[in-house]
Design a protein around this ligand. Structure first.
Ligand code: SF4
Length: 355
């Protein structure tokens, strides 16, 4: 069993990787201009490096400084973002540039907590800007870094969960070195993007493999944990089956459903609340579940037994009928000529055969 290593040793390994293999010649590197660093961080949030490069260069050509961006029109900014997707990023960027111009006298704030107050900038992006532009020892935790840390330290659970996120931040903070923070942060981003990829990470080339818990336990797929699936919603209904055999012909009473909602405009069995029915007058048939795409409908069919009760329902004045609707009686052959929901049709064909 491998031991997690000390934060210092971890950081040193990452910094060594940066010096040996880190990306150092991207258009937003080799600068400490917070505007360019901020722009690249926002563009990279949802987009690959190779896609970002031409957009970044065009953007900087047209808006070379933060003040140029603040003074541009919405249309100009959106036109430069066109094709990059996630357009709220551009709107927030533009808004933030105007705030920096007016509230911060055109100077990009240096404090991570203040940077974080700007539109579109979260804790990790604020940490990246503060470390790359202002040399501060701030931690970052973007999607790539979350993946690397979750695997190295076998941090279980979905990072969208508050407790898991807190554990990841604690680990990120503990491992971020006080010196060479920018190199460390850049290398962590690179490792996540290039080596510790979502599927098929290249552990053989990874400088962290010696102590990576997920690698040693052969459980890489478990980290980071997936978003838990929500329980399927369900709804329970009682269907009232009222069969009359007057004139020696079995007929069933159906209600036309309202035009909107499930089975809109089809003929279906009346929905009732069981507590309104006297138990001695009904027979519970076998319950079943009908699956819709987004929920399960649990159906308890109730066969009406008493003649008195049947007469009341027939007049459509029974208090247990939830939605008074257009009602009518149908024989088995007539059922073939009207629109019926599948579970109603299945249920009735069995019952009417035996009636
Ligand atoms: S050893 Fe593999 S799983 Fe672990 S951090 Fe490196 S690439 Fe990721």
């Amino acid at each position: 069993m491998t031991k997690p290593w000390s934060p210092t040793a971890f950081a040193q390994q990452v910094i060594d990787y940066y010096h040996a293999f880190g990306r150092k010649h991207l258009p937003w590197q080799n600068t400490q201009d917070p505007y360019k660093i901020w722009l690249s961080e926002i563009m990279l949030q949802q987009t690959q490096v190779t896609t970002v490069i031409p957009y970044f260069e065009r953007f900087i050509d047209s808006f070379p400084s933060l003040i140029d961006l603040a003074q541009a029109s919405d249309d100009q900014v959106m036109q430069h973002w066109s094709g990059l997707g996630y357009y709220s990023r551009a709107r927030n960027l533009h808004k933030a540039a105007r705030i920096i111009k007016t509230v911060h006298a055109g100077q990009f704030p240096q404090e991570p907590k203040v940077i974080e107050t700007l539109p579109g900038i979260g804790r990790s992006t604020a940490g990246a800007i503060a470390s790359f532009a202002f040399g501060q020892a701030t931690a970052i935790l973007d999607g790539n870094v979350k993946r690397v840390l979750a695997r190295c330290y076998a941090i279980e659970g979905w990072p969208g969960n508050g407790k898991v996120l807190k554990a990841l931040w604690e680990r990120a903070e503990a491992n971020t070195p006080k010196q060479e923070t920018a190199a460390y942060n850049q290398a962590m981003m690179d490792l996540g993007a290039v080596i510790c990829t979502r599927s098929k990470p290249d552990c053989q080339s990874c400088p962290l493999s010696r102590h990576c818990l997920a690698y040693h336990n052969d459980s890489i797929e478990q980290y980071p944990g997936k978003k838990p699936k929500k329980a399927r919603p369900s709804k329970s209904v009682y269907w009232l089956i009222n069969i009359s055999d007057a004139n020696d012909q079995a007929k069933v009473m159906l209600h036309k459903r309202p035009p909107s909602g499930i089975w809109g405009g089809l003929w279906a069995l009346p929905e009732v609340q069981q507590q309104d029915m006297s138990p001695e007058n009904i027979q519970q048939l076998e319950a079943f579940v009908h699956k819709f795409s987004h929920y399960d409908l649990k159906v308890q069919p109730l066969l009406l037994q008493s003649a008195n009760e049947k007469a009341l329902v027939e007049k459509n004045s029974h208090p247990s009928i939830m939605e008074p609707a257009q009602a009518d009686w149908f024989s088995q052959s007539q059922l073939n000529e009207i629109g019926l929901p599948t579970p109603v049709s299945k249920l009735l064909s069995k019952l009417l055969e035996n009636a």
